[in-house]
Every structure is written in C-alpha cells, then in structure tokens.
Design a protein around this ligand. Structure first.
Ligand code: SAH
Length: 206
C-alpha cells in the first residue's frame, strides 16, 4: 500500500481481493465491484466517518468494504457475516494488508450487539427475500449514528420510511451503476449492471 492512498489506488487494491468461492443465491451474495466499493468508502472517508473510527461491516461477505475501511485508517472493524465460507475468504483477503484491529463475527446481523461509530453495508437487496435489507437498516440504526448503505435506487421510499421511523434522516443519495459479474449459472451475460444508490443516513439531533 502506498503511504498516501487515492480513490483510484484504493479501487485497484480492492480489485485484487478474492470473490465468493461458491456464492449462495438465497443469501444474494454479490460482491460490491471495486469501483463502487472505492467510491462508497471514499465518500465516508471524506465525511470523516472512517479514519480513527470504530466501524461495523454488516453482511461483510468477502470483506471488501471492511478491508477498505482498514486501509483508510479505521481504528477497528467488525466483520459481521453469517456465512462461514465467506468469512474464510474474508480472512484470506485480510492477509493482503496484515495490519489492522479486526474482529470476525460469524452470526446473523440481528445478533450483533456492539456499539460503533459508523456502519458500512451492502445488504441483500431483497430480490429473493422481500426487503431483506430491512433487518440490516434496523440493526444499523440501533448501533450507530452514521450509516452508509447500498440499495437499489428504486428503494428510495422504503428507505426513507424506515429511516424516519428510527429517527434517522437521509443526508444524501449518490446514484451509481453497480457492475455484476456473472456469478450464477443462470446469468446469460458475463456482466450486468443495476442502478444502485449509496445512502448516507444520520441520526437526527433534536
Ligand atoms: N458486503 C459484501 C457482501 C455483500 S452480499 C460486499 O459488499 O461485497 C450480502 C452479504 O450479506 C452476503 O455475504 C450474505 O451472506 C450476507 N447476509 C445475508 N443475510 C445476512 C444476515 N441476516 N446476517 C448476516 N449476514 C447476512
């Protein structure tokens, strides 16, 4: 890693991480592509929510978001992921950076109970289980005041509603394409795109 990391440098580094070995479709295991992951993390970093902070990566998968947070100077990262195989890959990916205070929590996000400064997450979009992202948002609102979360851009109303009910406001939504590499045999094209948004959510102060 160069001493002074740039957004482009971060994307290149993250593109070297291993993907899911055998992605599980029921869990909607799609890796965040490295460009989007870098844009997402850079946004959080520029807003002062990564460097020196305690971060939780909910549904960490192979670890791309949490590992990027460590690279950008997070004080500690919890990787919360219920799939043991994905955690194994995340552990292997961590070897690329070696340093960093990290904890792997192999459990459902519902059962994670540590207080953190910032949540970063790319939850299942709920194409297989309707609004599977709800549990991720609710947990995030319980444990942090700042939440960075990736969803389908068509989820605007749903996310506004859940945020409102939990005393959070939508600070910004950055829309961007997410590249999907063909991970499943039913995918005809080698790559596809879905329009997603990076939601920046913050606890309201009264
Ligand atoms: N954050 C990774 C993975 C995104 S895919 C990335 O950005 O590349 C979503 C991940 O959430 C999958 O790895 C899936 O196994 C995990 N997951 C789904 N439901 C979960 C739950 N209830 N608790 C914990 N992990 C969950």
């Amino acid at each position: 890693m160069p001493n002074r990391i740039t957004k482009a440098g971060l994307a290149i580094f993250l593109s070297k991480l291993k993907p899911f070995r055998a992605p599980k479709i029921g869990e909607e295991q799609y890796i965040t592509d490295s460009e989007l992951a870098a844009a997402f993390l850079w946004e959080a970093y520029m807003r002062g929510d990564i460097a020196g902070k305690i971060v939780a990566d909910l549904g960490a998968g192979t670890g791309i978001l949490g590992i990027g947070a460590i690279v950008l100077g997070a004080k500690k990262v919890f990787f919360v992921e219920k799939d043991r195989e994905a955690i194994q890959t995340a552990r292997e990916n961590m070897q690329l950076i070696k340093a960093g205070d990290i904890t792997f929590e192999c459990k459902d996000v519902k059962d994670f109970d540590k207080r953190v400064d910032t949540v970063i997450e790319n939850p299942p979009f709920g194409t297989k289980k309707e609004h599977a992202d709800r549990a991720f948002l609710e947990k995030a609102f319980e444990i942090a005041d700042k939440v960075y979360s990736i969803h389908k851009i068509t989820s605007r109303e749903f996310i506004s509603g859940v945020s409102q009910r939990h005393g959070f406001e939508v600070v910004s939504i950055i829309s961007c394409p997410m590249r999907l590499k063909a991970a499943y045999s039913f995918h005809r094209k080698r790559t596809g795109r879905v329009n997603v948004g990076i939601w920046i959510l913050q606890k309201k102060v009264f």
